[in-house]
Design a protein around this ligand. Structure first.
Ligand code: SF4
Length: 387
């Protein structure tokens, strides 16, 4: 098999120097990682064909998502949208519904936009060229590199959190991995270690090692195929690598929302397109300020919809986390005063009066979804309510 070139000879020198171990070379590391991957890689649906569309969807879905969960969503997604044309032809409401629960909904909206570009400009085929991929909505350097190398086997290094952790340990990098110095170092290592013509296997091998063996907590060094070359293991610094910089402070945000009933239907507002949850549906409400939360909720609903409501009782409090925010949502049962159901919106794109049995057709962010789950488990009578 064609392998060592002037490129990998350069790698050999790099690794010999870095590892200070005479028996270790870039070639050896590459072989150890690739052989291990061939034996131990997980059987994931997109790995069966390396179809660029499948690799693209999986890469977008797996950002901030655990593998098991990602596989469930991926399978459901490709059953409904078997190709890019099906994504492009779907309406945004359905796209968001199939993404519901994964969070970071801009990923779904961008996937939808990119599918339309691919259908209109590239004949419906997902391209595997790194530079062209970067021009598509929602595709940044990481995703472009992953698609180009995993689907197209292009010689492009991929660096995600798993890869950064593996290299930080293997090369015992002692500065915070998210800071410029370590980032540059990791990029250099990833570029120099990449074996020519084997990017698909090599990139996945390093990512898989980070996912299965060189895990954030309690790495399984005794099972690691590159343990003999690992500087952190040799120097007993595994527990201190990667070095994590100062973590961002958690900001707590308190919100109120109303489940406004009228004649068996509930008022839903569609969040504005430029919102982080743009396109998803929510209960009317807003940020909690000083004062009586019930009075505040009545004011917020009036200001945002021109509708007057009465608050009947508290329903539940739910907590969810979004990036560095901890959001506490207090939800109240409300009824519409009078019979005017026509809303005048000031901070939403659309509204609907929806019977609870039809909620399943709407995509909700985490907060209202938790409220609905609470109602389904504890307040079933509200779902049959004719309030
Ligand atoms: Fe990670 Fe341990 Fe392998 Fe080093 S030996 S790369 S710390 S799993």
């Amino acid at each position: 098999m064609k392998e060592p070139s002037s490129f990998s000879k350069k790698c050999n020198r790099l690794v010999l120097f870095e590892l200070k171990q005479p028996d270790c070379s870039a070639e050896l590391l590459q072989e150890q990682l690739i052989s291990w991957f061939k034996l131990h890689c997980r059987d994931l649906p997109w790995r069966r064909t390396y179809d660029p569309y499948h690799v693209w969807v999986s890469e977008i879905m797996l950002q901030q998502t655990q593998m098991d969960r990602g596989v469930v969503y991926f399978t459901r997604w490709v059953n409904r949208f078997p190709d890019v044309a099906a994504v492009a032809a779907a309406n945004q409401q359905e796209i968001l519904k199939y993404w519901e629960g994964l969070g970071y909904y801009s990923r779904a909206r961008n996937l939808h936009k990119a599918a339309k570009v691919i259908v209109n400009d590239f004949g419906g085929e997902v391209i595997c060229d790194y530079d062209l991929l970067l021009q598509l909505p929602g595709i940044g350097p990481y995703t472009a590199a992953a698609i180009a190398s995993v689907a197209g086997n292009q010689d492009v290094p991929v660096i995600d959190a798993n890869v950064a952790r593996v290299y930080a340990r293997l090369f015992d990098i002692d500065t915070p991995v998210k800071e410029k110095k370590a980032k540059g170092r990791i990029e250099e290592i990833a570029r120099k270690l990449l074996p020519e013509g084997r990017a698909r296997l090599f990139n996945q091998a390093v990512m898989e090692l980070g996912g299965l063996v060189c895990t954030p907590r309690l790495p399984k060094c005794s099972l690691c195929p590159v343990s003999v070359s690992c500087l952190a293991l040799a120097g007993a610094t595994v527990g201190d690598r990667p070095v994590i910089g100062k973590s961002k402070k958690i900001v707590t945000v308190q919100r109120v929302a109303g489940l406004v009933f009228h004649k068996g239907s509930v008022l839903l507002l569609q969040r504005r397109e430029d919102d982080v949850w743009g396109g998803l549906w929510d209960f009317p409400g807003g940020e909690l300020a000083e004062g009586d939360p019930e009075e505040l909720l009545i004011d917020i609903i009036f200001e945002s919809t021109d509708l007057i409501v009465d608050v009947i009782e508290p329903i539940t409090k739910v907590i969810h986390h979004y990036t560095r925010y901890k959001i506490i949502l207090y939800c109240f049962l409300c009824t519409l005063r009078g019979n005017n159901r026509e809303a005048v919106l000031t901070s939403a794109d659309d509204y609907r009066w929806v019977a609870p049995k039809d909620f399943k057709h709407f995509g909700f962010p985490a907060g209202p979804r938790k409220v609905l789950e609470y109602i389904r488990l504890k307040r079933q009578e509200l779902l049959r309510s004719s309030l």
